[in-house]
Design a protein around this ligand. Structure first.
Ligand code: ANZ
Ligand code: ZN
Length: 861
């Protein structure tokens, strides 16, 4: 038709792709594979602009690789377990399972409307028993190898959500989901021994060249390796020794007191029966109500209580009071700190507050330092003092020397400490994968045998008051038979953290139907490691670290032969928009903002003036959201996709703009109109293939530009995924095409056919529906995806060369060739460098250089 009608075109092509199963992937040893996928969504209800952007980026790469001849695997699934389903179930009086499945159906339809190139036959949802069955199977394998274990642990507990939270789920002392303050509670919990892999996960951070450095740096910091020493401090009048971890063993001669974490078992043990007992117990109790994550702890005012016991500094013999202090973390090192107030700021503040001794053991090289006049700790490097045999040496050198001294004396040893903790995966929630264990009075903990998997989550149960899990009171679920002794036993009622579900889904995509194993090894060998993973930077630490960990577990279980799951990672930026607000209503949705005749923004509800706020990440709370449905309804998928890609490079933020969307729409119309005008003239014409110099001037320019565009677009996509500059290049080409008006000339038709085909081939990964339609319009019977990516010719792309003459004082002396569009500066430099010109200038000062671009340079001396 004469007008571009995305609604009609898009539905038709989606139907065709579906019917011809063009995105179905199969292993094919003869073809090079390319596996890319995007972070699968949580089925929250409907897709948002962040999804649209993420999946569009992935789709362009997938389609590009298909045209480049790769065997592409591009799957999609659902991160379907988790708390929001429970909250929604309570709020809307529905069931988490129903809510989740309805959302999946709705969101799947939305994704299909975007024309994404997924192999939907491989779709997985983590709440399907066929999926979590293998997660349970893996859990049992890990249990058997000691990689999964149960222990009593202090856990972050949210009263509102009635569940344990991982450290990562605690934000500024509050639950990441509901914002309620988190407290400490002791519970038997399941853990994965991720700390066994701390070193390996760290080392490989430097062997991921395809990952953004920002992400590997965050992972390294999260793993947090510290090199230091463990030193043992004997408790006075007892056999007990307290080991501490320090990175500053050079300061051991200055340790004047010791601090234990409030959760340290020795705290109540040593305080028992002393005068301090009551005060200690009160302090410990108080600490259970505060956020004990390291981030929160740093911000507290330092405080603590003397526990009524002393220990001995093993190198000085000094008697040191033992405290319990809020800044000491049970989860780090040994849970005990040797305090050196002269050289550690926390210890300094603590010593000042409780009037404890300060002994300087390192002084600046060029000055003296006395404890009495210090106003803060001296944390720098310097010269050792008050340190017996080490006096006078450099404190940096003393690190090693003292470590060896401690080892010789049998007081301590060199060691490393990691910030990374074992991964607590127990959740006292209903909507998650059941942990496949049975508790038997006689046999203890017994894994569910493989033949009895999956342990199906009963979907006919309802949540209890406050969203508590019904599993512990659901007799039909809890009652089990011990697999070992056959007596009555109880089933484990904790479910797994949803981060477990997302740690291995990319492996399941390789053979989603496999019903006899976690995956088909041949399929995984073919597809994995994934070539490209794309997702939000908010998952830079946890999800990606857990996935790397799981891959190592599978590696050590001999199930895969690689350790890193994702060769390349792209973290896309956020989708942002300015906020609107009015005085009466606070934040306003875009559709609640109108315009007066004078052009001022007003609230449509109260007609009050609207203030425009900062550009921020789109979020419901700020109401600065655009519903993708609005875009899809009004403009269609291609415009939506084009806008997302054109506005900025993927790793940067994408700022919403109405004009940007309009501009994208106008450009596609312009492309469409071009074909309407030229279709008859280029119908049935073969694209030009000959020598560029054989063409007349105007056509030479277009042919050259076409090849230059191929070169630019290919490099932009291949090397750095900069679709925005790729799109601009095509826009320029289209502009140039509009300058040719002779539709009768047979050569013009050939060159134009080539340009026209190139435009739609280059645009097809970005706006696939439009391009399929135009491609078919040109008489092609196969999908454009089956056509190879346009061939680039560097000869055809090279700028035309012209002959430039060089004069000295108006007399012809030399000549050289240069690109036709070379600028004045380049020509001037080239002319001055000519041998003949130099000879006639003969060292005289140059007074003036006159340049006629493309023709002549005159040097006046
Ligand atoms: C004595 C000392 C003297 C320390 C000094 C520092 C400076 P990073 O680098 O982060 O690994 N520490 C050890 N275990 C702790 C725990 N469980 N809770 C709180 N703090 C703990 O930090 C290592 C330092 O943190 C250790 O070195 C220890 O204090 C403290 F001038 O030991 B240091
Ligand atoms: Zn038993």
């Amino acid at each position: 038709s004469d007008t571009y009608r995305p609604g009609e075109i898009e539905a038709r092509w989606q139907e065709t792709w579906n019917r011809t199963a063009i995105f179905r992937a199969a292993e094919d040893g003869k073809k090079e594979k390319y596996y890319l996928f995007e972070m699968f969504p949580y089925p929250s209800g409907r897709i948002h602009m962040g999804h649209v952007r993420n999946y569009t980026i992935g789709d362009v790469v997938a389609r590009y690789k298909m045209m480049k001849g790769f065997n592409v695997l591009h799957p999609m699934g659902w991160d379907a377990f988790g708390m929001p389903a429970e909250n929604a179930a309570i709020a809307n009086n529905t069931h988490p399972a129903r809510w989740t499945r309805e959302n999946i159906a709705y969101m799947r339809a939305q994704l299909k409307r975007m024309g994404l190139s997924y192999d939907w036959d491989r779709e997985i949802a983590t709440c399907d028993p066929d999926y979590y069955r293998w997660e349970q199977w893996l859990f049992v394998k890990m249990y058997e190898k000691g990689m999964a274990y149960r222990k009593d642990a202090f856990v972050n507990w949210c009263d509102t959500c009635a569940t344990v939270l991982a450290n990562e789920q605690v934000e500024a002392g509050a639950c990441w989901r509901c914002g309620h303050a988190v407290r400490q509670k002791k519970l038997a919990q399941w853990f994965f021994r991720i700390t066994d892999y701390a070193e390996d996960l760290l080392v490989y951070c430097d062997q991921l060249p395809g990952w953004p450095e920002r992400v590997t740096t965050m992972q390294k910091n999260w793993i947090g390796k510290s090199v230091g020493a463990e030193i043992r401090f004997p408790v006075k009048d007892s056999d007990i020794q307290i080991p501490v971890f320090t990175t500053r063993q050079d300061t051991v001669f200055g340790a004047t007191f010791l601090c234990l974490a409030p959760e340290h078992p020795l705290v109540t043990q040593l305080a028992a029966g002393t005068q301090q007992e009551a005060a200690v117990n009160a302090f410990v109790e108080k600490m259970t109500l505060t956020d004990r994550t390291s981030k929160a702890v740093e911000s507290y005012e330092k405080e603590g209580v003397f526990i009524g016991a002393f220990c001995v500094n093993p190198v000085t013999g000094r008697s040191m009071p033992v405290y319990t202090a809020n800044f000491a973390l049970m989860e780090y090192g040994t849970g005990a700190v040797m305090s050196v107030p002269a050289h550690d700021q926390r210890d300094f503040e603590f010593a000042k507050k409780y009037d404890l001794d300060i002994v300087v053991v390192v002084k600046p090289a060029d000055a003296d330092l006395a404890a009495e006049i210090m106003t803060e700790a001296f944390t720098g490097r310097g010269v050792m003092i008050n340190s017996g045999p080490f006096d006078g040496i450099d404190s940096g050198a003393a690190l090693d020397a003292i470590a060896e001294y401690l080892e010789e004396k049998g007081i301590g040893k060199k060691t490393v400490s990691f910030r990374l903790r074992d991964w607590g995966i127990s959740r006292q929630r209903y909507w998650g994968a059941p942990i496949p264990m049975v508790h038997c009075d006689a046999c203890g903990i017994v894994p569910v045998p493989e033949a009895d998997l999956p342990v199906v989550l009963p979907e006919d149960a309802d949540l209890l008051e406050g969203g508590r899990s019904p599993l512990p009171v659901l007799e039909s679920f809890v009652s089990a038979v011990c697999p070992k002794c056959g007596k009555k036993a109880r089933r484990e009622t904790d479910t797994m953290d949803t981060f477990v579900d997302s740690s291995w889904y990319y492996l399941r995509y390789c053979s989603p139907e496999c019903d006899h194993a976690i995956f088909d090894p041949a399929a995984v060998r073919y597809w994995m490691p994934a070539d490209q993973y794309i997702g939000g930077v908010e998952h830079a630490i946890l999800h990606l670290l857990y996935s790397r960990y799981f891959t190592r577990v599978l590696h050590d279980l001999d199930l895969v032969d690689f350790k890193e799951p994702f060769t390349r990672l792209l973290t896309q930026g956020m989708v942002c928009k300015e906020t609107y607000a009015c005085e009466a209503h606070g934040f306003l949705y875009p559709e609640e903002v109108g315009k007066t005749d004078a052009g001022d923004l007003v609230c449509v509800k109260c007609e009050g003036p609207v203030t425009v706020g900062r550009v921020e990440k789109m979020s419901k709370s700020k109401k600065n959201v655009i519903d993708p449905n609005f875009l899809l309804d009004k403009y269609g998928a291609d415009v939506t996709r084009l806008f997302c890609l054109f506005a900025s490079p993927p790793e940067k933020g994408l700022e919403w703009s109405d004009q940007g969307v309009e501009g994208s729409y106008r450009f596609l119309n312009r492309v469409w109109r071009f074909f309407v005008e030229w279709m008859d003239a280029i119908d049935g014409v073969a694209p030009y293939k000959g020598d560029v110099t054989a063409l007349p001037d105007a056509l030479q320019g277009l042919y050259r530009k076409t090849h230059q565009t191929i070169g630019r677009v290919t490099a932009d996509i291949e090397e750095r995924f900069h679709f925005n500059t790729a799109i601009s290049a095509v826009m320029e080409l289209v502009n140039e095409m509009y300058t040719i008006s002779d539709r009768q000339d047979p050569t013009a038709r050939q060159v134009m056919r080539h340009a026209a085909e190139t435009v739609i081939l280059l645009l097809s990964p970005i706006v696939p529906h439009l391009c399929e339609e135009l491609w078919a319009g040109l008489g092609h019977t196969e999908s454009i995806l089956r056509h190879p990516w346009p061939a680039f010719s560097s000869e055809a792309a090279a700028e035309q060369e012209v002959l430039v003459v060089v004069q000295v004082n108006g007399k012809l002396r030399d000549r050289f060739t240069a690109p036709a569009d070379a600028d004045v500066k380049t020509l001037e430099a080239k002319a001055l460098a000519c041998e003949q010109a130099q000879k006639f200038v003969a060292g005289k000062p140059v007074r003036k250089v006159i340049v006629v671009p493309g023709k002549l340079v005159n040097i006046v001396v």
